[in-house]
Design a binder for this molecule. Structure first.
Ligand code: ADP
Ligand code: ZN
Ligand code: ZN
Length: 803
């Protein structure tokens, strides 16, 4: 009987966002499964597609057969395919885009498929012919075969192993390995028979007798025993050894040694926080927890013990951390506790490395993944806990289609696997804390630090006053004095420069002229390394001018404080201080981020100076001073979350000080000391901040009181953009209830990028059952213009960037 496959084809468009039925050629019947990719004819072309269902009949009159297989095994689980449908419906993306977001980029590259024999004795006769002279064959060599059902069975039994060799730059690495094939008695017997002059062969036999190794790297043998390959070949001929190619993972942490760490006895506070989580693990119950714990209260230890409990149950764990490359200390702690059970996934890895880590998860060789946002799609099938550390971090929101938030995905997966989801933060987002206050999430509070010292004391310095008193330096007198004290005592300091929203632009001091990008409505940023002005949105560059193009004044210079400039001033003021600077320039090389932190940890420097990248997760015992050079730069960004972000950042940074025996102090320099986000961060008062900010949000009708949807329209012609956005706004007005607030059309805060004009419409709403449908209709209506006239309409539900 002919069977059919429903396939989602790899054409991200409205018309193709549905299944197409294809005939399964008889030889692949029983072999093709949902979750595999195949090549199929589509019109005159051959394209890729994902099999989503295999069935006995179809309503389609004439089906065409599947052309060839891309995968030998499913690469998407049933759960991930359901999740893709959820993503499509909730972020308004195409199903195919959701699938692609779940897979490592390497799987889109070219690769060869191999089948490797693991247990030759168990290969049935009908297949032995294929493997008669080798332990591996290319999958294509089987294309004439009729034994696909058997092959599927053998793969499931681990007799055959599927192995993808990724082409392009990211090939999987292999090494030659020599394996022992005979028992010890046979080795001793061989020693008696082989003539004594075959010294190398004797060495080799002795080696395997003494070490009792089952296998060893060929390279190691050749080097250690100082023998040639002919001795190995001689013993292979005798059937004593054999030689195989074994895959090595590009483990980015392979050269590093991790001291095994043991679970610490928990404090009362930790015990109270972990108990409900353990209960939920034990009873297979989905629950969301907010672990609201001040910095240094021992959250990470709880994460690790909860993960341990999950592993005891034979289940798997996903731990998300914000851009993990930036918090190597976190990775180290998980590696030290769980060793090779951990896969690590972050954007600092190469495409091949990412693929290797993904493969370990896919092949169930690891039980824990610690990773950045996309690790939420780890193809585990038996998840026992999902943890999101620093839940408030904006990097958990993906800014491209599919525009998802990792927290929402975690909750969906948690429901499916009936397991707890833990959202940890010292400064939870207002959305999350509001849900915890309402009892939707369970609140676990940890308000005491592990160290005796408690929270560091914070001094807030009004920089306007410094200026009034004649101090023009970027260091207040108090900060400088405190730095000096640390130098004398041999303690360490962290200096934090908040650069977000405060780039180094060039401005005329006389007429106020700012150099902008000719293609985007945004100022150019000064790059000292090549003395150029650069646009961060389109890459446009131009050389720095010495006079103002508008008034020809010579008071035309770069404005804003870069880390380099701070470093220069610092070395002038404190010439004896050893400074490590960490910013995009000093950390662009792979591994340099970790190396610099290592140096600082080894106390080879007195001061660590850096941007956002040093705000999180660092834990150094000798850091007793944290200085924030400019606390309020983020307050001036046109974003309703700017106060929240300022509070979060200041709290995070302050948390770096005095985490161990030595007491910590924080000096915060600001031009708006009276702003509640600065003041309340200074007293570590999250709850007051929460209540105050909730009032502001309520007044201005922002989340968590209202949901937001952002529609952005872009096109090369301004009139086009305005008319389309206006029509969309009118349409939404008709479709939605009176309670919905529809703002627009207005120009986006960045009104032009890459010569394309940008307009937007924002919907604020509480309950609009029609909204998703209405937005879908908008996209449908403009589809042809989007295809033909390069009109673009982006829809972002719960946006984090309103630019
Ligand atoms: P957080 O993740 O909340 O910032 P950590 O888990 O990093 O806190 O804990 C802060 C410090 O306290 C770390 O150095 C950690 O090793 C230590 N610590 C955590 N739990 C315990 C415990 N139960 N006993 C002793 N030390 C602990
Ligand atoms: Zn000027
Ligand atoms: Zn530009």
């Amino acid at each position: 009987m002919t069977r059919y496959a429903s396939v989602i084809v790899d054409v991200p468009a409205k018309q193709t966002d549905r299944v197409f039925d294809y005939e399964i050629p008889a030889k692949w019947s029983g072999f093709i499964q949902p979750g595999m990719r195949v090549n199929v004819p589509f019109g005159p072309r051959q394209i890729q597609g994902f099999v989503v269902e295999v069935k006995d009949n179809t309503t389609v009159q004439k089906t065409r057969p599947i052309t060839s297989l891309i995968d030998i095994q499913p690469i998407l689980t049933k759960e991930l395919m359901l999740l893709a449908d959820w993503l499509r419906d909730h972020t308004l993306c195409f199903t195919i885009s959701a699938y692609q977001a779940m897979l490592p980029a390497a799987l889109k590259a070219k690769y060869e498929k191999w089948l490797i024999v693991r247990e030759m004795e168990q290969v049935p006769t009908e297949l032995q012919l294929f493997f008669s002279s080798t332990d591996r064959i290319k999958f294509e060599e089987l294309s004439g075969s009729t034994h696909f059902k058997t092959i599927k069975h053998l793969i499931e039994e681990d007799v055959l192993e599927v192995y993808y060799e990724v082409k392009d730059k990211v090939s999987t690495k292999t090494k030659r390995v020599i394996r022992l094939q005979a028992a010890e008695t046979a080795l001793i017997e061989a020693k008696g028979k082989i003539p004594a002059r075959a010294v190398a062969q004797h060495k080799l036999l002795d080696y395997f007798i003494e070490t009792k190794n089952e296998k060893t790297d060929k390279k190691v043998i050749l080097e250690e025993l100082k023998i040639g390959t002919s001795a190995i070949h001689a013993l292979i001929k005798l059937g004593i050894l054999d030689e195989i190619e074994e895959e090595i993972y590009r483990d980015p942490y392979e050269k590093r040694h991790f001291e095994q760490s043991q679970p610490l006895p928990l404090t009362q506070q930790q015990q109270e926080a972990i108990t409900p989580i353990l209960g939920s693990i034990e009873q297979n119950r989905h629950e969301a927890f907010v672990m609201f714990g001040v910095t240094g209260s021992g959250k990470t230890e709880i994460y690790m013990q909860a993960v341990d409990a999950v592993l005891q149950e034979g289940k798997e764990a996903i731990v998300l951390v914000p851009e993990i490359a930036l918090t190597p200390q976190m990775v180290n702690r998980f590696k030290a506790r769980f060793g090779s059970d951990v896969a690590v996934m972050h954007s600092g890895l190469g495409m091949g490395e990412k693929y290797d880590e993904w493969r370990k998860i896919h092949r169930k060789e690891v039980k824990v993944v610690v990773g950045a946002r996309s690790a939420i799609f780890a193809p585990f099938e038996n998840i026992g806990i999902i943890i999101i550390d620093e839940e408030h971090e904006t990097s958990y929101k993906q800014e491209d289609t599919p525009r998802y938030h990792a927290r929402d995905i975690a909750l969906e997966r948690g429901k499916y696997h009936k397991c707890p989801v833990v959202l940890g933060s010292a400064t939870p987002t207002l959305e999350t804390f509001a849900r915890a206050s309402k009892g939707v999430y369970k609140l676990l509070t940890m308000d005491k630090r592990m160290s005796e010292q408690g929270m560091p004391s914070v001094e807030i310095i009004d920089m306007r006053e410094e200026l009034r008193d004649g101090n023009r330096s970027m260091f207040s007198r108090s900060l400088l004095e405190n730095l000096q004290i640390r130098l004398e005592r041999g303690e360490q300091s962290v200096l934090f420069l908040n650069k977000r929203g405060y780039s180094s632009f060039v401005m005329c001091r006389d007429c106020g002229y700012v150099v902008e990008c000719p293609h985007c409505d945004i100022s150019l940023t000064y790059h000292r390394s090549n003395n150029q002005l650069k646009c961060h949105y389109c890459g446009y560059e131009e050389p720095v001018r010495s006079t103002c193009p508008s008034c020809e004044s010579e008071h035309f210079r770069f404005f804003g404080t870069g880390t380099q400039k701070v470093e220069e001033e610092l070395t002038k003021l404190l010439p004896q201080a050893r400074v490590i600077r960490m910013d995009v320039d000093t950390t662009s090389k792979k591994g340099s981020h970790e190396r610099l932190l290592q140096q600082f940890g080894d106390r080879k420097a007195d001061i660590l100076l850096g941007t956002q990248m040093i705000a999180k997760g660092l834990d150094f015992p000798y850091v007793t001073l944290v200085g924030v050079l400019t606390a309020d730069t983020m307050l001036n960004i046109p974003d309703f979350r700017s106060s929240e972000k300022t509070f979060q950042l200041l709290t995070q940074v302050s948390g770096r000080a005095g985490r161990h025996e030595l007491a910590g102090e924080v000096v915060v320099q600001t031009y708006s000391p009276e702003h509640y986000s600065v003041e309340l961060a200074g007293t570590h008062n999250y709850l007051d901040f929460y209540h105050k900010e909730m009032q502001v949000r309520k007044l201005h009708q922002y989340p968590p009181f209202y949901y937001l949807a952002l529609v952005t329209v872009t096109h090369q012609e301004l009139t086009k953009v305005v008319t389309v956005t206006e029509k969309i706004t009118q349409f939404l007005n008709m479709q939605l209830s009176k309670e919905a607030v529809i703002l627009g059309p207005v120009a986006s805060p960045i009104a032009r990028i890459k010569d394309r004009y940008r307009y937007q419409c924002i919907v604020k709403y509480k309950k609009e059952p029609n909204l998703l449908d209405a937005l879908k209709k908008v996209v449908e209506k403009y589809q042809s213009q989007m295809d033909q006239e390069k009109l673009a309409i982006h829809i972002d539900l719960n946006p984090y960037m309103l630019m």
